[in-house]
Design a protein around this ligand. Structure first.
Ligand code: GRF
Length: 209
């Protein structure tokens, strides 16, 4: 049984979180369970959904710690208690503390709503990403699931899926077209992980049959 912990931030809706929980329950992600959802604020909408789905929740609020390092230690402690095989960031907007990244090498994933390494980095989240895609004139966009390293959006890429950018698109319509693709791509990446089919070689993630 693979144990999955999910990290969300304050404003997170939790739709990726919910998709992962449901995919574990109906075995699209085999032999796995979401054992904890950890939010950075106690009013995160995703927490309500996690409660309603009967998943254990915890809050570790960075604002309650005088130093960033202390937040990192507290988050690491809560995560270690959950004993996850995999940690999934699902709308977690902060840079993950270094001690957490070090404790779970190539065992933390994130989903980003663009085709990395384009349109990533600090401050690139939510509708800002889709606005930047539209301004760039690109005719396709997509989502990226990647392993998490010490920086924003730079870890080895596991899966990417594309959607077209249409003439009439706004940031909102692009986000709406992409969201179900995000859910399916994240579920697929987690399935490959729990099946032991991902092998990281430098920047490349190879998928075995
Ligand atoms: C998604 O667009 C994801 O790509 C990004 O944050 C958003 C979270 O949405 N990392 P939700 O909370 O999962 O609905």
């Amino acid at each position: 049984m693979s144990r999955i912990a999910i990290l969300v931030s304050g404003p997170s809706r939790g739709s990726n979180m919910q998709a992962i929980i449901e995919a574990c329950r109906d075995e699209r992600i085999p032999d796995s369970a979401v054992v904890a959802v950890i939010a950075s604020r106690d009013d995160a909408p995703a927490l309500q959904t996690a409660h309603a789905l009967g998943v254990s929740t915890a809050v570790v609020n960075p604002r309650e710690f005088p130093e960033a390092d202390m937040y990192g230690d507290a988050l690491l402690w809560v995560l270690q208690k959950a004993q996850p095989d995999l940690i999934c960031l699902a709308g977690y907007m902060r840079l993950l503390p270094a001690q957490v990244v070090e404790a779970f090498p190539m065992r933390i994933m994130n989903i980003h709503p663009a085709l990395l390494p384009l349109f990533g980095g600090r401050g690139m989240y939510g509708l800002k990403v889709h606005q930047a895609v539209l301004e760039s004139g690109m005719k396709v966009t997509g989502c990226t699931v990647h392993f998490v390293d010490e920086q924003y959006d730079t870890g080895p890429i596991i899966l990417q899926r594309c959607v077209p950018v249409e003439d009439a698109d706004t940031p909102e319509t692009l986000a709406a077209r992409l969201l179900p693709i995000e859910h399916a791509t994240y579920i697929e990446a987690i399935r490959l992980f729990v099946q032991g089919r991902l092998r990281v070689e430098g920047r490349r993630v190879r998928v075995s049959e």
